[in-house]
Design a protein around this ligand. Structure first.
Ligand code: SAH
Ligand code: SF4
Ligand code: F3S
Length: 433
């Protein structure tokens, strides 16, 4: 047995779920003599935790492999190179042949097999398609004010553009008690914000005995002693229940914030996307939330240039933002993904230049609404949580994730009350009160 501590560098692409997986991977490896380094050149083991949501996301992983491969083959560095996450989970391509310097590839369902895989002499391609119950190796959470806490993984929705059901498998919920135990640990460790994670958090518990709900989880976490915030992402519009809205409205610690991707403002496009709601039904959900929580912030994701989307249909996305008062949106240009239905609509693909044009127009709309929304905050007082600090210049977030800069002698992880003095598209400036 070799006892020398080895160093692992992990590059995490993609969503918060991947960030959380990387923390789990680091915790498992810590039981096998590895410690994290933030300097790739120092590492004995280099891992890229990949995302497949768009073609471009996969290309980022390939380029990382290319750089590390050169270190190994041209510079003769004695390193082990691994690829994990969503890309190897779904691909049918023989990546071991394409990247001869790759030592190990493992999928999203193989994380708990890592102890067996990591010390193998031969090259390993380990992908399994069924869910393996988790083992308690703990987490090595990134030192930050926010902690990620996964509650569900996988997705059963099969939106016609989306690869996630093929990279994360069918939906399963983590046990209620495990989540509460981890939430308590997170608070005890001093984190100031807990973000509950899932591809579709509202369907939490449907596969568990007794069918506990997301609302029940929130109520239980809300009771934990201490000053901290609770957030949850991502919500599927029609799965948001009145129980959830009431719970958020009545809670002490849950942020008045819902991220509810609409994807398109047009009902025909939504149907082609296999989303289970109309434009009007989406509007009704937003209205129901606002009735109970007037100060709520609602954000969304939209895809532009879905195959067959007409100009008129695209414009309905622009009007939806105004009509439903969506405060901020992430935008993505449609990217055909393997295994998905929409990728077969080749005759109806929208040309790249047209997708770019629509992206620009929507981006301008998002900027305009963000600025308008930010301007309405001027002179108001918010409680913010400090994330980082340079000198006395603090960067903080409101409970609804607006970025605020202000000067203070408070520290990272402290809460402060600030009065907004000026507004920009992407951030606010403030003074402590
Ligand atoms: N579960 C969430 C979304 C997860 S994926 C939901 O139901 O909305 C994150 C975002 O990536 C999606 O909201 C969508 O806007 C975008 N996305 C997914 N597949 C895409 C594709 N093929 N092309 C472009 N954007 C995509
Ligand atoms: Fe993808 Fe749809 Fe599942 Fe979200 S709900 S992860 S967009 S399939
Ligand atoms: Fe990407 Fe996988 Fe997340 S495809 S967005 S890393 S679930």
């Amino acid at each position: 047995m070799e006892n020398k501590i080895k160093k692992v560098y992990i590059e995490t692409l993609g969503c918060q779920m991947n960030k959380s997986d990387s923390e789990r991977i680091l915790a498992i490896l810590s039981h096998f003599n590895y410690e994290e380094t933030l300097e790739p050149k120092e590492a004995d083991l280099l891992i890229v935790n990949t995302c497949s949501i768009r073609q471009l996301s996969e290309e980022k992983a390939y380029s990382r492999l290319g750089v590390w491969g050169k270190w190994k083959t041209q510079e003769g560095k004695k390193i082990k190179i691994a690829l994990c996450g969503c890309l190897p989970q779904h691909t049918k391509e023989n990546l071991m042949a394409r990247f001869p310097y790759l030592d190990l590839a493992f999928g999203t369902q193989n994380i708990y097999e890592l102890p067996d895989l990591i010390n193998k002499e031969e090259r390993v391609w380990a992908i399994r398609n069924s869910y393996v119950p988790e083992k308690d190796y703990g987490y090595i959470r990134k030192k930050d004010v926010n902690a990620w806490l996964p509650i569900t993984e996988g997705c059963n929705n099969f939106c016609s553009y989306c690869i996630v059901p093929f990279t994360r498998g069918r939906e399963h919920s983590r046990p209620f008690d495990t989540i509460i135990k981890e939430a308590k640990e997170i608070v005890a460790e001093g984190f100031k914000e807990i973000t509950l994670l899932g591809q579709n958090v509202d369907s939490y518990g449907k596969d568990l005995e007794g069918k506990p709900t997301l609302a029940a989880l929130l109520r239980e976490i809300d009771k934990i002693e201490g000053k901290f915030r609770i957030r949850f992402v991502t919500s599927y519009p029609t799965d948001i229940t009145d129980e959830l809205i009431e719970t958020v409205a009545n809670s002490k610690k849950v942020s008045r914030y819902f991220h509810i991707p609409m994807q398109s403002g047009d009902t025909r496009v939504l149907k082609a996307m296999n989303r289970r709601y109309t434009r009007e039904e989406y509007g009704d959900i937003v209205r129901r939330i606002r009735e109970k929580i007037p100060e709520v912030i609602i954000t969304s994701d939209f895809i532009v240039g879905f195959p067959s989307e007409t100009e008129e249909e695209f414009e309905r996305t622009l009007t939806a933002i105004d009509e439903f008062g969506i405060n901020y949106s992430n935008i993505a240009s449609y990217s055909p993904r393997p295994h998905t239905k929409a990728a077969k609509m080749v005759d109806e693909f929208i040309p790249e230049e047209e997708k770019d044009r629509r992206f620009q127009i929507l981006n301008d709309k998002v900027k305009e609404t963000s600025l308008k929304n930010h301007k309405s905050c001027v002179d108001k007082v918010f409680e913010v949580l400090i994330d980082s600090k340079k000198g006395d210049e603090c960067k903080a977030r409101t409970t609804c994730n607006k970025i605020v800069y202000f000067k203070s002698d408070k520290e990272i992880g402290d809460f402060a009350n600030v009065k907004i003095t000026s507004a920009d598209t992407w951030h606010l400036k403030a003074e402590e009160v």
